[in-house]
Design a protein around this ligand. Structure first.
Ligand SMILES: Nc1ncnc2c1ncn2[C@@H]1O[C@H](COP(=O)(O)OP(=O)(O)O)[C@@H](O)[C@H]1O
Ligand SMILES: [Mg+2]
Length: 372
């Protein structure tokens, strides 16, 4: 049994700790200034970090953890490096440094020969305009840092929207400009590698978004060709061994007629892996903790079809949950417009039934949505 410190206090930290409590681990959480800690209330000690805290002070305040891990990529890397003087930090600071910056991430993928959207890094208005002219409309412009759930992102359709953004460039941080990928669907792969180098992957998940935020996942993704699965596994193994990665690594993918491009990486558990909590396998949360505490990954291949639908700014009506095939996960957050406040996992014996149930639940949760 170990003491595990998690940088971040959101729902992913909550679900990691809930899974870890079952294994007898104890937790401490690192909160940034102003960060809400509602999600982890009652699950361990919360340490408010100030930027000038030394590594040793933070390590002591966390109760001398055996391992430090993260629930998000936007973590100060120098803090992780300082903690690494005292205990294991997994995943390692270098993987987190790369994944917290879209430019560094894309450059690494390119250097490892892993396909991405065509992209250019830009720092001023002239570079932005030149990049969009090369890559064409529509162009996806994303801030290199601090982007998630569609934030700090612009989709440019025409010269007018380009000129508007270019006029603001002096106030903007470095950006990545991507050409549009004409994908058939979005997939993700959750992979895990333990301290001893044992690797496991979950089946590919097919993911749908609503207003730039994940709405549903379905596992296993339907109609995955053998070469597509092989490519996904190859991408995962390449990245895991590049970093000698420890923990869960999440890979968001675009599927174009069976050929994959990496959209983005997350050095942590991922929303599209939440289905694993109720599908009779070792969940992504348990497997992350096993990996960082040097335990072989547990089973990742579910016998049934599994799905997940996010609760975005909405509480489910009670009768929606009076069914045998659903499990509610609630994050202890206050409900605000579009905010991820929980999710519902669904199990089914076949793919058609899973799809039907997700559609039914979606219609109840988001009655005003047009067909997405
Ligand atoms: N180059 C692209 N071509 C087509 N669609 C894209 C592209 N980049 C992003 N998208 C769409 O926008 C969504 C959010 O982009 P992503 O880079 O994953 O940002 P976030 O960090 O907000 O998840 C993607 O899941 C995809 O639907
Ligand atoms: Mg994404």
């Amino acid at each position: 049994m170990m003491r595990i410190a998690i940088a971040g206090c959101g729902q992913l930290a909550r679900m990691l700790a809930v899974a870890g409590w079952e294994m007898g681990h104890q937790f401490a959480f690192i909160a940034d200034r102003g960060e809400s800690t509602d999600c982890v209330a009652g699950l361990g000690d919360v340490v408010q970090r100030d930027e000038h805290m030394s590594g040793t002070t933070l390590f002591e305040a966390l109760g001398q953890p055996n391992v430090v891990t993260v629930e998000k990529e936007h973590v100060q890397v120098s803090m992780l490096e300082a903690l690494a003087e005292y205990c294991r930090v997994a995943p390692g600071p270098e993987a987190i440094r790369t994944c917290q910056h879209r430019g560094r991430e894309k450059a690494l993928l390119r250097s490892l020969d892993i396909a991405t959207a065509p992209f250019e890094l830009v720092e001023d208005a002239a570079e932005l305009t030149a990049a969009v002219n090369t890559l064409g409309f529509p162009a996806y412009v994303k801030s290199c840092e601090q982007g998630y759930d569609g934030q700090n992102q612009w989709r440019l359709h025409d010269t007018e929207s380009l000129d508007r953004l270019a006029a603001e460039m002096h106030a903007l941080p470095p950006l990545v400009v991507e050409g549009a990928v004409d994908f058939d669907r979005e997939l993700s792969l959750i992979a895990v590698r333990s301290v001893s180098g044992d690797v496991a992957t979950y089946p590919l998940s097919e993911n749908r978004h609503r207003e730039g935020i994940l709405l549903t996942s379905e596992v296993p993704a339907p109609n995955v060709k053998a070469h597509t699965l092989k490519q996904a596994e190859h991408i995962a193994h390449t990245l895991l061994s590049h970093w000698s990665y420890v923990g869960v690594l999440s890979i968001e993918l675009f599927d174009e007629n069976g050929a994959l491009r990496v959209n983005e990486l997350a050095p942590r558990v991922h929303n599209s892996g939440h289905w694993s909590q109720d599908s009779g396998v070792t969940s992504q949360f348990s497997n992350h903790l096993r990996a960082i505490t040097d335990v072989l990954p547990g089973a990742t291949q579910p016998a049934r079809h599994s799905g997940m639908i996010n609760l975005l700014g909405t509480e489910p009506p009670a009768d929606l949950l009076q069914t045998r095939d659903t499990n509610l996960h609630w994050y202890n957050k206050s409900v605000r417009n579009r905010r991820k406040v929980g999710h519902i996992n669904v199990q089914a014996d076949d793919r058609a039934r899973l799809k039907q149930r997700l559609t039914e639940i979606e219609a109840v949760l988001y009655p005003s949505d047009e067909a997405l």
